[in-house]
Design a protein around this ligand. Sequence first.
Ligand code: OGA
Ligand code: MN
Length: 208
Amino acid sequence: MEDLQTNPLYEQVIDGLLENNYSIVDGFFSPEEVFALRADLLSKYEEDSFKKSAIGHNADEHIADAVRGDFILWLDETSAGVERIFLDKIADFAEYLNRTCYMGIRQKEFHYALYPEGTFYKRHLDNFHNSNSRKLSLICYLNTENWNEELGGQLAIYIPKPDGSEETISINPVQGRVVVFESQLLEHEVMPVRQPRLSITGWLKTSN
Ligand code: OGA
Ligand code: MN
């Protein structure tokens, strides 16, 4: 029988989204899960399977470097490997969002990301090729426990206020933390990093 109990962790994400259009949750993944995903990311990075991120079709590489400096590897939805830890949990979460909030999530796409020292991602909105299908952006940080303020790499989220001003939220990318926000609404930025910064980043998408 389907288990229709409420999930306190998921409810915490939903409350944040409803109230603020974003949510920060620690402990979405256990330290063991984070450790396994981190090791998987690092071994694939060392195998050289990551690609330098791009910013659209024709942008030249210099422009891309001035905008974002991360290296990425898309997760394979059909993989039976370690990334299942992530993909299965996210599938469960998406099903919960659809069941309890009628959110209409139909697809997901996620990639591992590694920001080498000195890289960043300038302020942007997560629209892609003029498509509006990205509904929620979700990032899970795979850094070591000791990530602190001096290492940079904060995620800055810019919150528009009704009076036209703006509030900036600064989030440290600490181990196991998950940040979820409305892809269409909130501009954000990754501040320069002083030590390689690891994450899984992606989108829960509607069909339009
Ligand atoms: C992105 C992004 C934020 C982060 O990849 O689009 O904004 O904290 N990432 O890694
Ligand atoms: Mn983004």
